[in-house]
Ligand binder design. Sequence first.
Ligand code: ZN
Ligand code: ZN
Length: 339
Amino acid sequence: MIQPLIPLAASEQALHQTAVRLCHQHRQLEWQIIEALQQIDRRRLFKKFGATSVFKYAIDILGLSESVAYNFISVARKADKVPALADAIKSEQLSASKAGRIVAALDSQNAAKLIEFARTHSARETDREVARINPKAVRCERVTELGRDLVEVRITVSRDVFEKWQRCQDLVSRKKGKRATLSETLSAGMDSYAKHNDPVEAAERALERKARSKSANTTELCAYRVGANRFHKQTSDPVTHRKSAKHRGPARSPLTAEQRHSVFQRDQGRCTFKDQQGRRCENQTWLHIHHIVPVTHGGGNEPTNLTTLCSSHHDLAHQLSLPIEGQVTWLRSPSVRYR
Ligand SMILES: [Zn+2]
Ligand SMILES: [Zn+2]
């Protein structure tokens, strides 16, 4: 117990005791939250709430801020691998936020030394030590909202990437006829990438081309190839497919490129799952086309029966709507149709 330099009055002593007690409880509670998140992560419990990751669960369901959620989860995962970290937090040698600063460089070999360093040094000195041990670890990416139209993005890039960026800057500058900023260069680069790789844009172009030309075949094939990068190429959905093979359900006809494009364009290349607060899933990668009424239950390929889902919510959709043996953890009645 640290003693005051000047004796305290009784009321001051009581106030100090309260602060000490609450901070002790705060640290214990922080560790208990980390342990709970560790369990939830291991058991993939977040999936039952429609969250795609324990990180999303911590923010959307538990209401933690992004930075706190990120800190707790990265500490939870590291403590799983390096038990010394768990001990240090439990015994209050290290706060959760201090622990979060060292996870990027911490391993079982350097654990004792690094934990001791963090315990006895300031946050800034600890950051510097982590950077020294593992320069690659300090790739903090930070986004700060500055106002309605502006965000500040802080990233660390390799020399290689920066040189590439500067080469592009020269190209954009040449086209504009004056020096382009890094932001303008980034924007031009992203437009160009989207033009070649975004399935929504590819689908729009394909539909436009189809409207102009009668030779639909080449259009479909070409656009399908473009879209296939990000959109699942398979025409059957994996879970139903397994089921139909087992139960010998009706044969399904593959989706045409046109059907695929129209679903993709309508859903804007984004998962259509909405959580209980009405927030739509932001996932735009690992997308599948899902049959709302399964083919095995008479559902067809008409656009109203098709929806775009990310792989995680696709799994969930099948857990909710199809009584597949072995998956008995229902969140609602299987008769309620998934939307
Ligand atoms: Zn499906
Ligand atoms: Zn999703």
